[in-house]
Design a protein around this ligand. Structure first.
Ligand code: NAP
Ligand code: ZN
Length: 339
């Protein structure tokens, strides 16, 4: 059996280093992929640092994976050798609970299986995954552009698709990184009025080129006062703690504050404005197979692609430093050396 060559963190907060492992024999329902591209999601960094207490080491991260199918298990009928596929954060679920039956595997009652939570992910030359959670990449999307759609894309698509109710709805996006910049593009394509709230003023021109109608520096209540009570859907992708009372104050009646970023905290929610303005505070986690397929089709037809920086996989640690310094514009895609 040939070993897979991966980049692993051997312990929490350690840098990724070359590490080899021998995969289990290929399951009937699995495929093997020669990995070509990985988007670098901030979650890979949270997982490396064990910020959520769920990481297992050695950790092979990478959950925006695109590659070419090299082996198929005996029971696989949907994919064949040579197919170009992507795999995201979710790699399995019970498939029979109420939510799975509706294509909401992301909230599977038994809990979905996370690709990099106890399994080995995409920062490697090869990877194995269930064929049912591998998606064919549409021909009109190149592999480097497709990779970030597998996590960042589906994560922003799901709440936008769920909560945008009418054309011209005011959608605020907090944090313009990998998730946030794709949220601008999807929200614009869905007909929303897009309001960007960013801590980085140098992102204004690009945010507008992605489709934002308005750009505000995330600031104080005084600086943002003309936004108070105006936003219908406010999506936070910030990986850092912000003033959430201020975020709530921006919501209009019936407004929804949706958390995607996980800055490792809980928040205090003032009940009076929530009740009398019928506001909601919600979270959303990646997306199920139904929206994943829909999102890929929507991205292909509307040519929604991330703005990426390409780096070789062996520069994974430098790439992480860049993301942590908020210097990535706007998603780093790591290209595997073995092509
Ligand atoms: P990212 O590319 O690093 O972007 C995060 C953005 O947060 C930055 O670009 C920055 O935008 C903003 N930010 C505000 N304060 C910051 C600070 N002190 N340091 C760094 N950034 C700061 O991250 P991402 O990959 O988009 O992921 C964002 C968050 O979503 C992470 O917490 C990640 O774990 C989470 N996530 C959740 C899901 C889900 O299913 N819910 C899925 C994927 C990722 P500005 O410069 O515009 O302020
Ligand atoms: Zn992710």
């Amino acid at each position: 059996m040939t070993k897979f060559r991966a980049y692993a963190a051997l312990q929490a907060k350690e840098k990724f280093q070359l590490w080899e492992y021998e995969p289990d024999s290929l399951k009937d329902s699995d495929i093997e992929i020669r990995v070509t591209h990985n988007g670098l999601c901030h979650t890979d960094i949270h997982m490396r640092d064990n910020d959520w207490g769920i990481s297992k080491f050695p950790l092979v991260a990478g959950h925006e994976v695109v590659g070419v199918v090299t082996e198929v298990g005996e029971a696989v009928t949907t994919l064949k050798k040579g197919d170009r596929v992507g795999v995201g954060w979710i790699c399995n679920s019970c498939r029979v609970c109420y939510h799975c039956l509706q294509g909401e595997e992301n909230i599977c009652k038994k809990g979905y299986t996370g690709l990099i939570v106890g399994n080995y992910g995409g920062f490697a030359n090869r990877m194995r995954a269930s064929a049912d959670f591998a998606y064919k990449i549409p021909d009109s999307l190149d592999s480097a552009s497709a990779a970030p759609l597998l996590c960042a894309g589906i994560t922003v698509y799901t709440p936008l698709r769920t909560y945008i109710k009418y054309p011209g709805m005011k959608v605020g996006i907090v944090g313009i990184g990998g998730l946030g910049h794709l949220a601008i593009k999807f929200a614009r394509a869905m007909g929303a009025e897009v309001i960007v709230l960013s801590s980085s003023i140098d992102k204004e021109a690009e945010a507008k080129s992605f489709g934002a109608h308005h750009f505000y520096k995330w600031g104080t209540a005084e600086e943002m006062k003309n936004l108070t009570g105006s936003i219908d859907l406010l999506i936070s992708t910030s990986s850092a703690e912000l003033d959430w009372d201020l975020a709530l104050s921006l919501l209009g009646n019936n407004g929804v504050l949706c958390f995607l970023g996980i800055p490792v905290s809980s928040i205090n929610v003032p009940l009076i404005p929530l009740i009398f303005g019928q506001k909601s505070v919600v979270g959303s986690v990646v997306g199920g197979r139904r929206f994943m397929q829909e999102m890929l089709n929507f991205a292909a037809i509307n040519q929604i692609k991330p703005k990426i920086e390409i780096m070789p996989l062996n520069q994974i640690n430098e790439a992480i430093d860049k993301v942590l310094a908020n210097q990535a514009r706007y998603r780093i895609v790591l290209v595997s050396e073995e092509r």
